[in-house]
Design a protein around this ligand. Structure first.
Ligand code: GLY
Ligand code: MN
Ligand code: MN
Length: 442
């Protein structure tokens, strides 16, 4: 197995880019300092139990630290960035280790023992700071103000991943693929959704608080619920299909991978999975600079409807199915989205680094990416075909019943649906599918 690139060697260049982006963002906002709280624990109502801590994406863009509440990054153009790091004196909870690692030399580090000690260390005056975060992170005068010009600029720049970020995203692929392999084996062994989920977490080495999103594990008809996260404790009497959409995190960077498996080798459903898989590979290969993602999405509709027609589920041409909205009854979500520090990463609809929105194509309200692809972007390519009663009933009510072969739909309904999702880097030379090589190496 070839070794993955080392993020440590790539960090200095990543940080230099962040500083340049911060300089420009602050200039646009007419502000002097960038201040980023890591975030603060949220407590459950009437309880002393906190929700799992999720670090601010703005914070983890700068540092590979994801478990450090009440810490701060402060940056002033031309100066070294500051890390104000909370290491409380606490014998109830594990205290974060003293900061260490290859990034340390790039920061001035200030250890604080209580959250309010940050106040004396934050740049002054507070009114000249761009403070990025949620209101809950406020400390004294340092209440997040999230200046729009700053946020828009930084969000736009986050669309272009640095080699450091790509290295971490490759690690997130490898981790998730270990989970997917274990999940497939658990499924073929007759496990319940819950046990498939546990097999995934065990092999990926991450649990619900670290995964980038809640695992979607659907057996049989549950695969027709796009974000099915119920995790049934008992296995169904008859095992037909598994749809598993599950990722992993590496220093706060996400992978987002879906596979669909058939219980019966050689079945018609298996053949349909293979058809979607082949179409998905082609869609991923179409990722290239200058390609409009909206067009990829519409092309995906046509390819998927071609499969449904070949399998006899629709009686009309792919073009007619797209035109009438019948295709959206079978493929009711977007082809994909930007991926990075967040699973649905920011700026997928952004018109420029000054904000604005590129509209979705009419009739496609769930598409999360409307931009033209450029080198450095990482997108998901996740076509799907589902047998969802609610949407098929609507298609019939809208007068499109004759476009659908209802007997064939009835034969496929027990399998729920199919989704295949890879993560693809756009490079100058075209598509670099991050996911397929990770499966090949596993
Ligand atoms: N796992 C959520 C998505 O694929 O967008
Ligand atoms: Mn997914
Ligand atoms: Mn996705």
């Amino acid at each position: 197995m070839t070794s993955l690139p080392d993020p440590a060697a790539l960090y200095a260049a990543h940080l230099a880019g962040l500083k340049a982006h911060a300089d420009q963002a602050l200039a646009r906002g007419g502000l002097d300092h960038l201040v980023i709280p890591s975030g603060r624990l949220h407590y459950q109502a009437f309880d002393d139990q906190a929700y799992p801590f999720q670090v601010s994406p703005q914070f983890k863009a700068w540092l590979p630290l994801t478990r450090v509440p009440d810490s701060w990054i402060a940056y002033t153009p031309g100066k070294r960035p500051q890390l104000i790091f909370l290491q409380p004196r606490d014998y109830w909870h594990a205290v974060p280790d003293a900061p260490g690692g290859w990034w340390l030399e790039h920061f001035d580090i200030h250890i604080i023992r209580t959250p309010d000690q940050a106040l004396a260390l934050l740049p002054k005056p507070a009114r000249l700071c761009a403070i990025l975060g949620e209101a809950h992170s406020a400390l004294g005068e340092y209440a997040p103000n999230n200046p729009e010009a700053v946020i828009d600029y930084l969000a736009w720049q986050r669309s272009y991943k640095t080699p450091y970020e790509i290295a971490l995203m490759r690690q997130a692929q490898a981790r998730a693929v270990r989970g997917h392999r274990a999940a497939e084996a658990a499924f073929q062994g007759g496990a319940s959704e819950f046990d498939i989920h546990l097999a995934y977490c065990g092999a990926a080495g991450q649990d619900a608080s670290q995964l980038p999103y809640a695992n979607i594990v659907g057996l049989n008809q549950h695969a027709a619920v796009l974000h099915y996260t119920e995790l049934e404790r008992s296995a169904p009497a008859q095992r037909r299909s598994l749809l598993i959409d599950a990722g992993a995190s590496a220093a706060g960077y996400a992978s987002d991978i879906t596979r669909t498996h058939a219980a019966e080798v050689g079945s018609e459903f298996q053949a349909m999975i293979e058809a979607v898989d082949a179409a998905q590979i082609a869609m991923a290969q179409a990722v290239a600079p200058g390609v409009d993602y909206r067009q990829l999405h519409l092309d995906a509709h046509l390819a998927l409807m071609g499969i449904l027609r070949d399998f006899g589920l629709i009686t009309v041409s792919p073009e007619a199915a797209l035109e009438s909205g019948v295709s959206a009854a079978f493929f009711p979500h977007g082809l994909g989205h930007l991926l990075g520090l967040q699973v649905h990463d920011v700026a997928g609809l952004a018109e420029s680094d000054r904000g604005g929105r590129i509209p979705r194509p009419a009739g496609h309200p769930y598409l999360r990416m409307t931009r033209v692809l450029e080198p450095g972007m990482v997108v998901t390519i996740e076509p799907g075909l589902y047998f969802i009663d609610m949407l098929l009933d609507q298609a019939r009510a809208n007068g499109h019943g004759a476009a659908i072969d209802w007997d064939r739909v009835a034969q496929f309904r027990p399998f729920g649906g199919i989704r295949i999702e890879d993560n693809v880097l756009c490079t100058n030379d075209g598509a670099d599918n991050l996911t397929r090589p990770a499966f090949a190496a596993a």
